[in-house]
Design a protein around this ligand. Structure first.
Ligand code: GLU
Length: 292
């Protein structure tokens, strides 16, 4: 099978050291496999998108020597494809309208369990059998019962009972937008992605994506989730936590920092092309990739 990888930035601001780690890892993995490396701009969440940030990110990737293959796919041009996938699930009876607000979901969990679990709240299934007179807000997937198993190349085996731990998750949001989980699965299939390499913060979404791939009869890629960069407070580095943009005047320094974060020894390299060539070799050896 020919390898196709991707980097899928959300254009909410420039690349920072955290997003560079994901970009570098996916780039090296694609090159080490002799594969293609695609870029997809995840500009679906309109209120979070910053005008022009996609161009800034692409300029940063060029300055870092991370050159991509083929056309760039923008999620904002893909509504029809998401609609078709949604309709497929709906015809299977796997989708239902939900009228619950966040507060109603929290109240319902609190009254049945007596406490609120940390993190994302599992949807208790309130609207599974009808809206109880409430107006429809979002549309959810009727998640089949059972454990979903992921064999992650970095993290190892991960198992999650999605129905129990996450519940029926949202496909179409109350604010009128397609949910990330649906879009990513439809787009990975459209782009023929064989290997997803991205930050560990998305590991928890992966079982949901596998559920969708199975129901939509889409190919299931291999996954590799790499450690995310955290700040001094232990928070994931992100635009929301005020991460600084990569200094593209010093691309080699930025690449070296990302490389160290991926747990490799420093590399002797005089410039960006030499660094990337050497890093690709070491990556291939580390993961026992047979070079073509
Ligand atoms: N757009 C997501 C992000 O910037 C990445 C999604 C993915 O790699 O599946 O965090």
């Amino acid at each position: 099978m020919d390898y196709v990888g991707r980097f899928a930035p959300s254009p909410t601001g420039p690349l920072h050291q955290g997003s560079l780690v994901a970009a570098l890892a996916s780039h090296l993995d694609a090159r080490a496999h002799g594969g293609r490396w695609l870029v997809r701009v995840e500009d679906l969440d309109a209120p979070r998108v910053v005008e022009g940030a996609d161009h800034v990110i692409l300029d940063q990737l060029r300055a870092l020597g991370l050159h991509w293959d083929g056309e760039i796919l923008h999620q904002s041009s893909r509504h029809q494809a998401y609609r078709e996938a949604f309709d497929t699930l709906r015809r299977q009876g796997m989708v239902y309208a939900c009228g619950c607000t966040r507060k109603e979901i929290a109240d319902s969990i609190l009254s049945s369990r007596g406490y609120l679990p940390a993190g994302e709240l599992p949807y208790p299934g309130t609207c599974r059998d009808g809206l109880h007179g409430k107006p429809a807000r979002a549309w959810r997937l009727r998640v089949p019962p059972g454990t979903v198993r992921i064999d992650d190349r970095w993290m190892g085996v991960v198992e999650q009972d999605v129905a129990d731990e996450v519940g029926d998750f949202v496909l179409f949001r109350a604010d009128g937008m397609w949910a990330y989980q649906l879009a990513v699965v439809v787009d990975d299939a459209e782009q023929g992605i064989t290997d997803v390499v991205r930050g560990e913060d998305l590991l928890g979404s992966t079982p949901r994506q596998k559920v969708l791939q199975t129901l939509l009869a889409l190919p299931v890629p291999r996954w590799m989730h790499v450690p995310v960069v955290v700040n001094a407070d232990g928070q994931k580095l992100s635009k929301q936590t005020g991460a600084a943009a990569i200094d593209t005047q010093r691309p080699l320094a930025a690449l070296r920092a990302a490389w160290r974060h991926l747990q490799f020894e420093p590399l002797p390299a005089a410039d960006v092309p030499a660094f990337l060539a050497e890093a690709t070799d070491r990556w291939a050896r580390r993961w026992e990739i047979v070079r073509r």
